[in-house]
Design a protein around this ligand. Structure first.
Ligand code: SF4
Length: 356
C-alpha cells in the first residue's frame, strides 16, 4: 500500500469510481481505491503518478480492477462508487459535491473557507497547497454556509451512510485562525444530524477556543504541523511558520485537556525536507502529550510551487512508519479509538498498518 501511495497509479479508465479531486485542501489529485478491504487515497493526477509502474486496468462489471506492475498482475482492487448525495443540489442550485466530498470510504470532508490569508501572497503561501485551485476552476464555493453544510451532511448520512466528517478551513485571520468558523459550522451540522466531526485549523491565539469548539459539537481536533524542522518550515510554509512550534505544543497540551488523549492530532507531511529523526522526535513529543501524529507521504500537486518536488520513496516511508507504529502503541494511541477525522480514516497513509 505504501508503494502505491508513494508512486501513484495510472488509470486505464479514468471514470472508474468516485471522481478524483483536483486542487483544494487535503488529498488533492487522488482517487479512493479499496485494497484488501482498506480504502486508501492514491495519487492519480500527479507527475509521479504519470510515470508510475502501477496501472489499474478498466474495471469489470462488478467494479473490480486488476492492478499490474510492469504488466504483471499483482492485486485486485475496487473503486468506491460515486456517492448518491453527489446527485443533489441546494435550493439555490449549488451541487452538493461543491459543498463537501467523500473521502476514503465513509468520510464526508469539506474546506469550509476556501480562501486563506496565507495563500494571497506567493511569498507567504504554503508551497504544497492548492486551496485556491478548485475554487478558481469552479469546482467549489468560497464559503460554505452552516446551513449548506448541515443539509449536505444530513443527506450524506441518510443516502450514503457516511460515518464521520472533516471540517478543514483556510486561515481567515491571525487571531482565532478559523476556530470561529468551525464552531458555526459544527453547531449547525450537529443540530441536523448525529455525526462525529473533526475540526482542523491552525492553533488559535486563545486556548479558550478549544472549549468553545467542543461545546459547538467538534469531537476531535487537528492542528497540523505539516513540517517540523524550523528551517524547513520557513522554506516550505513561510506564512504559517509565523506561528512557532512552541505555540503548537502549548496549544496541543491545552486541547488534549478539552478533547482527551488521542482525540487531538497533527498531520505531518513526510518528504518535504524533514529528516526521519526529526519526524520521529516530534512524533514522540506529540504522542507523549496525547496527540496522535498522523504522518503521511507528501504528494506533489500539479499547479503548486512543489509540483516537481519528488514524493518520498517507499523505503523512506517505511523507515519512518515502522518506528512510528511503536511510538503510538507505547503511548496507548490507536487510530480506531479516534472519534472522527484523518487519523481515524487513515486513507492518506499506511500508518495504521504499522500500528497493529
Ligand atoms: S485521511 Fe483525512 S484527508 Fe485523507 S482521505 Fe481521510 S479524511 Fe481525507
Amino acid at each position: 500500500m505504501s508503494e502505491l501511495q508513494s508512486l501513484g497509479l495510472r488509470l486505464v479508465d479514468t471514470t472508474a469510481g468516485v471522481a478524483s479531486r483536483r486542487g483544494g485542501a487535503g488529498p488533492s489529485d487522488h482517487k479512493a481505491v479499496t485494497v484488501d478491504g482498506h480504502t486508501i487515497m492514491v495519487p492519480v493526477h500527479t507527475s509521479t503518478a504519470w510515470s508510475s509502474p502501477f496501472v489499474a486496468q478498466a474495471p469489470d462489471a462488478q467494479g473490480r480492477s486488476v492492478i499490474t506492475r510492469d504488466a504483471i498482475p499483482i492485486a485486485s482492487v475496487s473503486f468506491p462508487r460515486q456517492p448518491r448525495f453527489y446527485g443533489l443540489q441546494t435550493l439555490d442550485g449549488v451541487p452538493y459535491s461543491h459543498i463537501a466530498t467523500l473521502h476514503g470510504a465513509d468520510v464526508l470532508a469539506t474546506t469550509v473557507l476556501q480562501t486563506c490569508i496565507r495563500y494571497e501572497s506567493r511569498k507567504k503561501t504554503c508551497q504544497f497547497c492548492s486551496i485556491g485551485q478548485s475554487l478558481a476552476a469552479g469546482r467549489t464555493i468560497a464559503h460554505k454556509t452552516p446551513q449548506q453544510l448541515a443539509e449536505v451532511a444530513r443527506m450524506a448520512v441518510l443516502l450514503d451512510g457516511v460515518k464521520h466528517m472533516v471540517l478543514t478551513t483556510g486561515t481567515p485571520n491571525a487571531t482565532d485562525r478559523g476556530a470561529a468558523i468551525l464552531c458555526d459550522s459544527a453547531r449547525a451540522i450537529k443540530a441536523a444530524v448525529d455525526l462525529p466531526i473533526q475540526g482542523q485549523c491552525e492553533p488559535p491565539d486563545d486556548d479558550a477556543w478549544f472549549a468553545r469548539m467542543k461545546a459547538a459539537g467538534i469531537d476531535t481536533l487537528g492542528m497540523h504541523l505539516e513540517v517540523v524542522t524550523p528551517a524547513v518550515r520557513e522554506r516550505i510554509m513561510p506564512g504559517k511558520a509565523s506561528v512557532p512550534i512552541a505555540r503548537y505544543l502549548s496549544a496541543f497540551e491545552a486541547a488534549v485537556q478539552v478533547f482527551g488523549r488521542g482525540q487531538v492530532s497533527s498531520y505531518i507531511l513526510a518528504g518535504l525536507g524533514d529528516s526521519r529523526e526529526a519526524i520521529l522526535d516530534m512524533s514522540a513529543r506529540l504522542a507523549a502529550l496525547g496527540v496522535y501524529p498522523f504522518v503521511v507521504p507528501f504528494v506533489p500537486i500539479s499547479g503548486t510551487p512543489l509540483e516537481s518536488h519528488p514524493a518520498p520513496s517507499p523505503e523512506f516511508m517505511r523507515s519512518v512508519l515502522e518506528p512510528l507504529g511503536h511510538i503510538v502503541r507505547e503511548a496507548g494511541l490507536r487510530s480506531s479509538d479516534i472519534k472522527a477525522g484523518c487519523g481515524k480514516c487513515g486513507a492518506c497513509s499506511s500508518m495504521s498498518v504499522y500500528e497493529s
